[in-house]
Design a protein around this ligand. Structure first.
Ligand SMILES: Cc1cc2nc3c(=O)[nH]c(=O)nc-3n(C[C@H](O)[C@H](O)[C@H](O)COP(=O)(O)OP(=O)(O)OC[C@H]3O[C@@H](n4cnc5c(N)ncnc54)[C@H](O)[C@@H]3O)c2cc1C
Length: 515
């Protein structure tokens, strides 16, 4: 017999079968010997009370053998099937490719960047020398922005598709099964590259294609129908369906669409800074203790406050993380955050941002106005840092009290930080709201409002500054049959899981068109 129950256990017991059997037996009023296994279905940390506990939803196997689920993939051969061009090898492009294969179509992925191995060298140049390769960086290359992302896999877009199917695909390609049960699943930057390579191998083994250094520079459109694409080096490739999954940083793609008179719209996005604290401060606040100890993971937070009718909110929080230089051009600063699977760095960071609406930015309905605004702020940050990706930064209370920091705390941003008044970079309406929100956050979370925390500018690639239009039913561009705008860059996803789901949905829509 198998029974589903809720149990609560102490930190340290969450993976201990003997302890879980005892707790389950006591909840069911039976002998622990009758239980062959306790399978965890969901697991979350509850830090609301004075004592932190794990809450679990479990299946208890009573007088019954437990056979663990296996996660494997078995894709059909599509070498000679109908081709579908997919531009971009981020989560949207890769999951679109896997779905194409499942449906008997041959994906041809065109990726401007390099494979994971070669890309690593370009990331070392960014971190050590402050040099950005515009084709290979934290945003561009195999796996897209997802490869060296943090790999947090929670999402709010559960209605758009099967989140569990995406998580199981990650597990089948090497992710730990913990992501299937944890309330806040996380892979970690060190583990993502192997998983991405394994997904690529699945695509290649099934007869799909993945081309690197293959930057698309034009769409081939005839009489309102897609015919294929042209690469920057001149080669043309042909297909009746093109999935455009180029991410939020492919500014040349937005400019190309505008030039080719393919409808795009300006899109609001959020702008602000990355804030970093010593992890210990966050743990003390969230776990109400002096030291976290070995049985609890580094803690996270989620903060939001309305200031003058606009939300100021924390975003992409990385416990035990690093602030990453995510620019895609030589003359700009863009920050983001990641953490390794163990989250064992001594810092906690999060984007802390304010929404920028269309009416905040001059330029009427110019579809590229938000992109230009975003670029201007990033370039201002670059100049303020003095070059080589040195980022402008300020201590938290100094920022809130409009004072230049006399010095900066040790922090995780590798190219280096320079003390600058961030109000010289951030537009006044963003700066003011951030300034006023921080002490309020400090009242919500003990220890948060401190000069030990550093604000690093600028967190500007929170989502795409452009929306590429598409029909709600067919997912095709309203002017171009066979063109499927997809993922975060097109404005239909925000994060790894939602981008993957959008890729799956676009591939399904391609099948509908081609059958
Ligand atoms: C440091 C960092 C940490 C992050 N942490 C998280 C996290 O913890 N959880 C989470 O959910 N999300 C996180 N994200 C965001 C997440 O990575 C993105 O939301 C996701 O990757 C978007 O997927 P996508 O496929 O739509 O686009 P992308 O991943 O941006 O992929 C687009 C791909 O298209 C390619 N491309 C662009 N232009 C062209 C062209 N002209 N020709 C050919 N190819 C082109 C690019 O090189 C890129 O590989 C993080 C991002 C960063 C940078």
């Amino acid at each position: 017999m198998v029974k589903e129950i809720e149990i609560v256990c102490q930190p340290g017991q969450q993976e201990d079968q003997t302890a879980l059997k005892k707790l389950s037996a006591s909840a069911l009023n039976i002998s622990p010997q009758k239980i062959s296994a306790v399978k965890i279905l969901k697991r979350s940390i509850d830090a609301r009370g004075r004592k932190v506990v794990y809450r679990m939803h479990v299946q208890v196997f009573i007088d019954e053998i437990y056979v663990p689920e296996t996660f494997t993939v078995n894709y059909p051969d599509v070498k000679t099937a109908k081709p579908v061009i997919i531009i971009g090898a981020g989560p949207a492009g890769l999951f679109a490719a896997l779905r194409c294969i499942e449906m008997g179509l041959k994906p041809i992925i065109l990726e401007r960047g390099k494979d994971v191995k070669q890309r690593r060298r370009d990331l070392a140049n960014i971190n050590k020398q402050g040099l950005v390769n515009p084709e290979s960086n934290y945003c561009f290359g195999e796996g897209g922005a997802g490869t060296y992302s943090d790999g947090k896999l929670y999402t709010r877009s559960t209605k758009r598709g099967d989140v569990n199917a995406v998580l199981k695909t990650f597990v089948a390609h090497g992710a730990t099964e913990d992501i299937l049960i944890d309330a806040r699943p996380h892979i970690g930057t060190n583990k993502l590259p192997q998983i991405i390579t394994s997904i690529k191998d699945s695509i290649l083994n099934a007869g799909g294609e993945v081309q690197f250094d293959a930057k698309v520079s034009a769409l081939l459109v005839e009489f309102g129908k897609i015919k294929g694409v042209q690469l920057a080096l001149g080669e043309k490739l042909f297909a009746d369906a093109v999935i455009l999954a180029t991410g939020h940083s492919a500014r040349d793609i937005f400019e190309m669409l505008h030039r080719q008179q393919i409808l795009i719209e300006p899109k609001p996005f959020a702008l602000g800074v990355r804030i970093e604290h010593p992890q210990e401060i966050i743990d003390q606040a969230q776990y109400h203790c002096e030291h976290r100890g070995p049985d609890l993971p580094p803690s996270y937070y989620n903060l939001v406050e309305q200031v003058d009718d606009r939300g100021v909110f924390s975003f992409c929080m990385c416990p035990g993380g690093i602030i990453a230089p995510c620019a895609t051009d030589m003359d700009e600063i863009v920050v983001n955050g990641w953490s390794p699977s163990k989250r064992n760095n001594p810092f906690a960071n999060s984007g802390t941002v304010v929404q920028v609406n269309l009416e905040d930015v001059a330029g009427g309905d110019d579809p590229l106005k938000m992109l230009r605004f975003q670029r201007e702020i990033e370039q201002l940050a670059f100049k303020a840092g003095g070059g080589k990706l040195v980022a402008p930064a300020q201590r938290m209370i100094d920022f809130a009290e409009n004072r230049l920091s006399a010095n900066l705390p040790v922090n995780s941003y590798l190219p280096g930080t320079k003390s600058v008044e961030l109000r010289e970079i951030l537009p006044a309406r963003i700066n003011e709201r951030l300034r006023r929100a921080l002490p309020v956050f400090g009242r919500k979370m003990k220890g948060y409002y401190t000069n030990e925390a550093i604000l690093v500018g600028v967190e500007s690639r929170t989502s795409s500054p452009v929306k590429i239009l598409r029909d709600k039913e067919t997912l095709q561009h309203p002017q171009v049959i066979g063109l499927f705008p997809c993922g975060e860059g097109a404005g239909y996803a925000g994060g790894i899981i939602s981008a993957a789901i959008d890729g799956i949905n676009c591939a399904t829509a391609v099948k509908n068109l081609l059958s």
